[in-house]
Design a protein around this ligand. Structure first.
Ligand code: TRP
Length: 323
């Protein structure tokens, strides 16, 4: 049976891009596969967060993951730093990774620009740790967004090299494409992200979301209420595709083209359908927040389960490489 591994960084609060691009897929995949889902706090260190904030972000993310429907009885949910074998395997892998390959990583270049005053070595070897995250569980499928495909290719290259030198040890992991591989931000210009401030928060109250939607760009040619719109190029309409049923999408598209509804009507309908998804998640998160002890227990239990598998792999690696 296939094994799934995926990770999400504890940076900032969850938004619908994370939900559609990662969490929703996790919830589906846990029904079918053995899944390892990690809150990757070691990766988050590359941006040097405040210690208290990092700790809080890990808990909040765990709450968000659970509230979105990841079931700790089915999937192993754990915090990366609780399984030290990730770091250990990352070191071994770093010795089989070529500088030239890391230099080609576009995310490293992007992040270096974003934090020009802190281009640390961790940022550079980030994809090596990511490969270790996956392969410490000998996972063969990895649900990730488009921006992670290059990292997965590097992981496969590391596997080929390792297996070539030390004998068949790891599977070559493949990408499980997300249903929504790239959710655009409210600005319609770049991927939804907290750092760009173009996000719809997963825990947001409906009024807050509507306020943001009101300011969101639509078809630039639709200046007046009577101008016919072009839903196919409208960023706000693209969200309907994720949250509204097919009949609603068709109706909105037709009414937009004929100008029988305005952008505000379209946005209101969207806000309502968004809330149908967001509302129950927000409520579950609120319940979970009231019971921190239970969260810690779930994470500890997940850490123990993950560690048992990670240790087996690391024992094998030690033997293969001569440690
Ligand atoms: N780099 C991934 C991201 O930013 C997060 C991540 C870390 C990950 N380790 C992973 C994803 C292992 C999949 C598998 O989205």
């Amino acid at each position: 049976m296939s094994r799934i591994m995926s990770g999400i960084q504890p940076t900032g609060s969850l938004h619908i891009g994370n939900y559609l691009g990662a969490l929703l897929n996790w919830v589906r995949l846990q029904e079918e596969y053995e899944c390892y889902f990690s809150i990757v706090d070691l990766h988050a260190l590359t941006a040097r967060p405040e210690p208290q904030e990092l700790r809080l972000a890990v808990r909040e993310l765990a709450i968000g993951v659970l509230a979105s429907g990841v079931d700790p009885e089915r999937a192993v949910l754990f915090v990366q730093s609780q399984v030290p074998e990730h770091s250990e395997l990352a070191w071994v892998f770093s010795c089989m990774t070529q500088m030239g390959d890391l230099n080609r990583m576009t995310q490293f270049k992007d992040k270096s620009q974003f934090q020009a005053d802190n281009i640390n070595a961790g940022l550079f070897t980030y994809p090596v740790l990511q490969a270790a995250d996956i392969l410490i569980y000998r996972a063969d499928r990895v649900p990730v967004g488009e921006d992670q495909v290059q990292h997965l290719e590097l992981a496969r290259e590391i596997v080929r090299r390792f297996n070539g030198i030390y004998g068949q040890t790891f599977p070559e992991p493949i990408v499980v494409p997300a249903k929504a591989p790239r959710v655009m931000g409210l600005d319609g210009e770049s991927k939804m992200s907290k750092s760009r401030g173009n996000e719809i928060g997963l825990f947001e109250e409906p009024e807050e979301t509507m306020k943001k939607l009101r300011g969101a760009k639509t078809d630039p040619q639709r200046l007046r209420r009577n101008d016919p719109g072009r839903p196919e190029i409208c960023n706000v309409f693209s969200y309907h595709g994720y949250f509204s049923d097919a009949a609603t999408c068709e109706q909105i598209a037709a009414d937009c083209r004929s100008a029988s509804i305005g952008c505000v009507d379209c946005k209101q309908s969207l806000a309502g359908n968004l809330e149908k998804v967001k509302g129950p998640i927000r409520e579950r998160a609120q319940e979970l927040r009231a019971n921190q002890g239970a969260i810690d227990e779930i994470l500890n239990e997940g850490g123990n389960r993950a560690r048992a598998v990670a240790k087996e792999t690391m024992d094998l690696v030690r033997e293969r490489v001569g440690l």
